[in-house]
Write a protein that binds this ligand. Sequence first.
Ligand code: TXA
Ligand code: MG
Length: 327
Amino acid sequence: MTASADEVKRAAALLRAGGVVAFPTETVYGLGAEATNLEAVRRVFAIKERPTDHPLIVHLATAQGLEDWARDIPATARLLAGTFWPGPLTLVLPRQPRVLDAVTGGQDSVALRVPAHPVARDLIAATGTLVAPSANRFGRVSPTTAQHVRDELESKVDMILDGGPCRVGVESTIVSLLHGKVVLLRPGGLSVEALESTLHQKIEMAPPTGYKVRVPGTLASHYAPATPLEIHPADALGRRALQRIRQGHKVAVLKLGADDEGFASSGIMTFPMPTGAGEYGRVLYATLHRLDHAGLHAVLVEAPPDTPEWLAVRDRLTRAACNLPKA
Ligand code: TXA
Ligand code: MG
């Protein structure tokens, strides 16, 4: 059920009055507050229980707002914004003085994005500019439906706008354009190939040492579901699951594609996952949310292919997993 024009109007009025409203974007649901309202921004941190030095993304209605929030904008930024906005791409640029320290965690840069979801666009057009971290408590799985937000934050926010299930399902790709470089800070809904083929250049895949940025997505505990999640190669998956079941554990298995090995018929609770990276990303968080309420001892996930299009999914799974070394 997508929010009506009246509901969007009511949400915009709440935001203009300093309220906090959860709203849909094409990636995940965001926890919105006016980016220029210090009290409202502080409430977002409090509701999420997020450390105050972890910066927020500023969401703009259109790319025309870029100059108001960023300075020294390189041609690469204009090219990426012109090509991919509105869409699942966040650009990190030097900030304008008007950007609140509370938004950037005191850093001299700001993260900017123009989301594509029609409800998000209408809401931002009616309010100006919104900060919007994912609408979950710090360190938890991001919400991809309004119900996920209700389950976790209903009593804490002024309103939740429903825009249906998110089309992309994983957070935006974050690219830093500071210091004349193009650096991937977080893989996400927009592929690295798409970025590279537009820029005609390779993107650095990780911040080099000494490159000081704070990204909560890089914390080991981030994106963690409450139920322990383990990643296993395809050939070990069934064996591991059966071992656990014999120990009396209740487990679920997320396998790629159809249950050809007949896991289900040997008593393993089996969830066939999409074999395409985009479709897998779309359903991943919803699957984790659902399994978090199933009283399981563990979720055993088949490792997705180690190819570029699976970068964002592998990143989120690795951060959620308890059996892998954290990067
Ligand atoms: O898809 C998305 O980006 C979603 C939707 C709601 O738009 N938002 C989202 O926000 O994922 P959040 O707060 O969960 O993640 C924001 C990320 C964090 O990893 C943060 O560190 C990074 O953006 N970030 C924000 N400002 C930054 C800056 N100035 N430099 C480096 N990273 C920054
Ligand atoms: Mg988040």
